[in-house]
Unconditional design. Structure first.
Length: 430
RNA sequence: UCCAGCGUAGCUCAGUGGUAGAGCAGUUGGCUGUUAACCAAUUGGUCGCAGGUUCGAAUCCUGCCGCUGGAGCCA
């Protein structure tokens, strides 16, 4: 009977056939151990000379790493196995023999592994990270569907930038100039006026020459946008969403977190509501901690974010940033025009900012004034201003960076391992 | 773009002026419970590239290329 490694628990003491790749092997004179994987998991096949005969045993001893084969054998429970089961091999059929697989079961450097990313994905740790990523994606759809959001897909080819600050990838759109989307937000605001609560989930592109463990050139973002919701309403959605992601991974990726040696106790502590501190309080805190390289009006650098995160064992909202260091569309605080109704969510353990969000300006005159101040006039913005002309309402939204969130929850040091094929500065291959 | 470090066997690295090395992988043999198995033998080199100093350069100097980490910017 054909099955998968994930399903062997249902076939104890039965003979099954599984399509697998040989991950590693160890052999002695009369017994060999085959480390097998099939995409759903890893299992050890035990092959004994006296059971399978000399010819098959000799063949098994000479199987190369990553050779593909159909293995047949009896599923047996075994306490020595991390999975709890082993396969007592009775026979196998080689599909294709592999030769000189580059990624040996020893240590390798980053450049070598990244050059072989198409093969590196087969390894245990990368497999586990991709499963955690998938769980976060699944839980995202679950959360927003349960909360009554409608998924909206904004365009990837756009005529202009959302924020006008960061570098955009330029391309041609027949005879016109076009840019790859760096955010779907403006389009989501339009959609929120049509459908109330919406979210997008898609790739975004930043042509920044960033070269750190927290940056990708192409990354995936979840961007909810909610009509009739103010800044505080939005923070509640954000913390419930992030809590749901952590809970879902703890519940459905226990084995993967073990493979990744993630400290699960840190994740179990994550409970909404999350602490909120204002930008003013954050500056004061940093001064007290001995940072003399930051003053009111400066944006935080990575060391500042880490210092604030380390003071808490929960994600932390930093709210009310100065208007001038934030995007043009953010609603000024009615109690203090110098700061905006916005928040960044900083992940614990030094993983950095995972969410940026704000209440949006909905007054037509103020939005028009901001456009002029930022020199953003042009036909591409006309439709965005019209949203403030025809039944404008208060609304808020935020963007969560998928890969940074995967890095934090899975405990992965560098963001490049949290996306199947990372696009980095100097890396477009494979 | 700036700052720092690195570049030697398929991989990970040692070698800092005098014959090019180790571990792993590969190959051959041994071993009935291995967990990156172990033991023995063995194959494997444009020392990133170009120029310079020197009797002699992997080693010292200059330039270039590539990579890694960080900064700025941001999710």
């Amino acid at each position: 009977m054909k099955t998968t490694i994930a399903e062997v628990g249902k076939h104890v003491n039965e003979s099954v056939t599984i399509g697998v790749w040989l991950h590693n092997k160890r052999s002695s004179g009369k017994i060999a151990f085959l480390q097998l994987r099939d995409g759903t998991g890893f299992i050890q096949g035990v092959i004994v000379k006296s059971v399978v005969g000399e010819e098959l045993f000799e063949q098994a001893k000479h199987l190369n790493q990553e050779t593909s084969l159909y293995v047949t054998g009896e599923v047996v429970e075994d306490k020595r196995s991390p999975l709890g089961y082993e396969l007592q091999v009775s026979g196998f059929e080689i599909i294709q023999e592999a030769h000189d697989y580059p990624i040996t079961p020893k240590e390798h450097g980053t450049e070598f592994l990244m050059d072989h990313r198409h093969l590196w994905l087969r390894s245990k740790k990368q497999h586990a990270i991709m499963k955690v990523r998938n769980e976060i994606i699944r839980a995202t759809y679950e959360f927003f569907n349960d909360e009554g959001f409608v998924k909206i897909d904004p365009p990837i080819l756009t005529g202009a930038s959302a924020e006008g600050t960061t570098e955009l990838f330029h391309t041609k759109y027949f005879d016109e100039d076009a840019y790859l989307s760096q955010s779907g937000q403006l389009y989501l605001e339009a959609a929120a006026m049509a459908l109330g609560k919406v979210f997008s989930f898609g790739p975004t592109f930043r042509a920044e020459k960033s070269k750190t463990r927290r940056h990708l050139i192409e990354f995936w973002m979840i961007e909810p946008e909610m009509a009739f919701m103010d800044h505080d309403d939005s923070l509640v959605i954000q913390e419930n969403y992030v809590q749901h992601l952590v809970q879902s991974v703890l519940k459905n990726c226990d084995m993967e977190l073990d493979v990744l040696e993630r400290d699960k106790e840190q994740l179990k502590k994550i409970k909404a509501p999350f602490p909120r501190i204002t930008y003013d309080e954050a500056i004061e805190f940093l001064k007290k901690e001995g940072f003399d390289d930051i003053d009111w009006g400066d944006d935080f650098g990575a060391p500042h974010e880490t210092a604030i995160a380390e003071a808490h064992d929960q994600p932390v909202f930093i709210t009310h940033f100065p208007t001038e260091i934030k995007a043009f569309y953010m609603q000024p605080d009615p109690n203090n025009e110098k700061v905006a109704l916005c928040a960044d969510l900083i992940a614990p353990e030094g993983y950095g900012e995972i969410i940026g969000g704000s209440e949006r300006i909905y007054d037509y005159e103020l939005m028009k004034k901001r456009y002029e101040e930022h020199g953003l006039e042009g036909p591409a913005y006309e439709w965005y201003l019209q949203l403030r002309e025809y039944g404008s309402v208060p609304h808020s939204g935020f963007g969560l960076g998928l890969e940074r969130t995967v890095a934090w929850i899975s405990g992965t040091e560098h963001i490049r391992e949290t996306i199947p094929f990372p696009r980095l500065l100097n890396r477009l291959y494979p």
